[in-house]
Design a binder for this molecule. Sequence first.
Ligand SMILES: [Zn+2]
Length: 101
Amino acid sequence: MTGPLTVRAAWAAEATQAARAVEQLPGWLGGTHMPRRPGWTCDTCPATDTPWPCSPALVRLSEHFVRDPAGLAAYLGALDAAAAVDRPDALRCELRRGRVR
Ligand SMILES: [Zn+2]
């Protein structure tokens, strides 16, 4: 029997999912259009300040999750958590929209 979920346990689980999601990126993106951390800009797109995920990265990830859109949303949420760790000064929604530099 397990006890109630604590905030600390939830944060730990989110951190684990975020780390796992980042580790999977090179395989799913073929090593290109990867996030350049900690700013979360694309390392491949010609414009050096292209927010990540850029369009090519989103297309590749969407292809991987073509039969699992909920899985894609969960995966992007885990990456969003990783971005929030790298950029604690930024709101997650702003990171996602590439509005924070
Ligand atoms: Zn790119």
